[in-house]
Design a protein around this ligand. Structure first.
Ligand SMILES: [Zn+2]
Length: 340
């Protein structure tokens, strides 16, 4: 089968990979209906996160089950399924508490590489959620968004306690930040302020529910946000970038007693203890337990109440994955959908 493999900085090749097989009786093998490139794939692509050998890429996936292991009970061959970037048993105490991304048996799907024609999914009963019947083709981008960026933006909004009457600040105008806006709106936030300087992203943010846009970044952006909120700051902040500047911007944008939901993967972040101490904010985040939210998000998509698939503004055949990475790297595309 064909799959995308990273060979070194900015060197993505779509090449022949081994056919996935059932290795454990709890595995399934799916045929991908769509895959995509994640903002977090750009870290190794840019060489900021180094690799030691050719690495299969991709951790977002939707598709049709082709094979199941002998112990799989809840998923059947032919079903259309959505999973997330951590395979999880969904039965351990951590999973049951809603933190499937920290499952005691978690498997990182990025090590399997889902920018491919097929993929093995460990712990299929815990990891996968099936749609009832085949989804209409135009819903596939939104279901794929649920696999990561929507689930992650949703978790950030929940972690930030975005809700009725709240003012929510969103740091980051990539797919996760934009879907954080959508989540905050769905959760009932009154005012949603996004930091963004890109017109196309501002437009989508407004469509998803943003009420205010701040074009300044860093402390200048924080000053502007304080002006908009009577000097107090937001009740909730969503951090969807993962840099030193963005997390500090999120913390400084939040009023005392408020909540920061951070989901951008941290790279060389140091939070000064004294500033954290005196900020009086709650911090919660990390790798999103997307599995917790999948059934609810898939229902909202099937009912056409949300349209998160709009974050995909470029669609390419899997063979052109290299161009997809390039377009996201150069910020020509918000998010790229790949058709195997
Ligand atoms: Zn578990």
């Amino acid at each position: 089968m064909k799959g995308a493999v990273l060979h070194g900085p900015r060197d993505i090749r779509v090449e022949e990979r081994d056919e996935p097989r059932i290795l454990e009786p709890t595995d399934a093998v799916i045929r991908l209906a769509a895959a995509c490139v994640c903002g977090s794939d750009l870290w190794p692509y840019r060489g900021i996160q180094s690799i030691t050998e050719p690495t299969p890429m991709g951790h977002e996936y939707v598709g049709v089950v082709e094979q199941i292991g002998s112990q799989v009970k809840n998923i059947t061959v032919g079903e259309f399924v959505v999973g997330s970037f951590f395979a999880s048993d969904n039965t351990c105490e951590i999973c049951q508490a809603g933190y499937q991304s920290h499952c005691i048996h978690a498997v990182v799907m990025g090590t399997i590489g889902t920018q491919a024609e097929r993929a093995r999914v460990p712990m299929a009963d815990g990891t996968l959620v099936a749609t009832s019947g085949m989804p209409e083709p135009d819903l596939i981008p939104s279901l794929l968004a649920a696999s990561d960026v929507l689930g992650t933006g949703w978790f950030a909004a929940v972690a930030a306690e975005a809700g009725s009457g709240k003012t929510v600040a969103v740091v980051g105008d990539g797919a996760v930040g934009l879907l954080g806006v959508l989540a905050a709106k769905q959760l009932g936030a009154q005012r949603i302020v996004i930091f963004s300087r890109h017109e196309d992203r501002q437009k989508l943010a407004v469509e998803f529910g943003a009420t205010d846009i701040i074009t300044q970044r860093g402390d200048e952006g924080v000053t502007r946000l304080k002006q908009l909120t009577g000097g107090l700051g937001a009740h909730s902040a969503i951090e969807a970038v993962g840099t030193q500047e963005s997390i500090m911007q999120a913390i400084r944008s939040t009023r005392p007693g408020g909540h920061v939901g951070y989901v951008g993967v941290f790279h060389d972040v140091q939070i000064p203890g004294d500033e954290l101490f005196f900020s009086g904010v709650h911090l919660h985040g990390g790798p999103a337990p997307v599995r917790r939210f999948l059934p609810e998000l898939m229902q909202l998509i099937r009912d056409r109440k949300i349209n998160p698939g709009k974050v995909f503004d470029l669609e390419l055949p899997l063979e052109d994955a290299a161009e997809g990475y390039k377009a996201m790297d150069e910020r020509r595309a918000i998010k790229v959908l790949l058709r195997p």
